[in-house]
Design a protein around this ligand. Structure first.
Ligand SMILES: [Cu+2]
Length: 68
């Protein structure tokens, strides 16, 4: 399992975190999504064949691009 903390400047409140969670948890390789609106961070755990790059693409598509 892989894990990464994404920094997402567009997160402004808990609803943004919920929206990201809802999108990511639809993907079967995603194991968990934890968000912190105050820090603008999302912690994601996932399994192969999903990749970090693919998650970054998805975040960009839903208008929450990650900077790290
Ligand atoms: Cu929000």
């Amino acid at each position: 399992m892989e894990k990464h903390v994404f920094t997402i400047p567009n997160i402004s409140c808990g609803h943004c975190v919920m929206a990201i969670k809802n999108e990511l948890t639809e993907i079967k390789e995603i194991v968990s999504v934890e968000g912190n609106p105050a820090e603008k961070k999302i912690t994601v755990e996932w399994n192969a064949p999903l990749t970090l790059e693919k998650i970054q693409d998805i975040l960009k598509d839903i208008h929450y691009p990650a900077t790290a």
